[in-house]
Design a protein around this ligand. Structure first.
Ligand code: HEM
Length: 281
């Protein structure tokens, strides 16, 4: 009788520590004398049905795995407040998107006086209109400042190096799109200042080598600065750019999650404990 061939031994990967779940998400200990299981009060029933719905969705989508992957990551030793600048930029972008939607409910891209009138109406007559307009206007400046600070942080930390070059390139594109967002938005109130400042800006674009004249023609929508220019700026400002920025932010965050963040260059990794994202030999 021939001996059965030895069973191949199952190779187990390295045992990873459990993701650090914040205490608020852990199950609470029950009061003494009570049993886990049956809901007791109306609030328990409500919480129970909430869990059932979330479980039902999760079983079909596996979304909790993705959420865990994105939210509960380990960060390198030495992580500090400067690492929040990217998220702060993202928050500024989301605030711009929300306030922009409310402004778009009243704004009219009408070069024959309607645009100026609609902005005046938002500022003087719409409930909280001036406040929302102010948030959008100052929020634009905040986003530009934050994106530069975030870029400076990633530069000083050397986060543009291998393997994060692609994320740097996506970042540069986001920076350019953020600047174009500011440029196109500036024309929309269509008052004297925004009109003449945009003419200057478009002319400066026209001085660029080779593509300059084509670029300024594209921005104006022809050789003349007219009603088409305003509609074009509006479409770029509220449709093309927010969509492109949102898509690029998703790609940017995917890479951040996949590669992890860079450890500060002054924190030395010990051989037993390599910094996350650093290659191990
Ligand atoms: C709309 C603009 C942007 C948003 C919303 C954004 C968002 C973020 C977030 C949330 C992170 C992770 C946390 C952090 O390290 O701060 C990050 C990381 C990163 N960002 Fe941005 N970012 C933007 C623009 C830029 C720009 C302009 C650059 C550079 C040109 C850039 C390059 C990077 C790099 C290289 C990382 C990885 C950092 C590391 O490994 O430590 N980002 N970004």
């Amino acid at each position: 009788m021939s001996e059965a061939p030895p069973r191949p031994r199952r190779r187990r990967g390295p045992r990873l520590p459990k993701p650090p779940v914040p205490p608020a998400f852990l199950p609470r200990p029950l009061p003494p004398g009570t049993q886990r299981g049956a809901p007791r009060t109306a609030l328990d029933h409500a919480a129970e049905s909430g869990k059932v719905v979330v479980d039902w969705i999760d079983e079909r989508t596996q979304l909790s795995g993705v959420t865990r992957w994105v939210m509960f990551r380990k960060v390198p030793r030495g992580t500090n407040w400067f690492y929040t600048l990217g998220s702060a930029t993202m928050f500024a972008f989301l605030a711009q998107a929300v306030t922009g939607v409310f402004l778009a409910m009243y704004y009219r891209p009408d070069a024959s006086g309607g645009a100026y009138e609609s902005v005046r109406y938002i500022s003087t007559s719409v409930f909280l209109g001036n406040f929302v307009r102010g948030m959008h206007k100052w929020g634009a400046t905040v986003m530009v400042v934050l994106v530069f600070l975030h870029m400076a942080r990633t530069f000083v930390w050397g986060a543009y190096k291998y393997p994060r070059e692609l994320n740097w390139v996506i970042g540069v594109t986001l920076l350019i799109l953020t600047m174009i967002m500011g440029f196109t938005g500036y024309l929309l109130p269509f008052d004297e200042r925004s009109y003449w400042a945009t003419i200057v800006g478009v002319n400066i674009n026209g001085t660029g080598p080779v593509i300059g004249p084509y670029l300024s023609d594209f921005l104006r929508g022809g050789p003349e600065f007219n009603a088409t220019t305003l509609s074009r700026f509006y479409a770029i400002h509220m449709l093309i750019l927010p969509g492109a920025i949102a898509g690029l932010i998703l790609a940017h965050l995917y890479l951040v999650t996949k590669l992890g963040t860079t450890a500060p260059p002054w924190v030395k990794a010990t051989p037993e404990e390599p910094a996350l994202g650093e290659e191990t030999a």
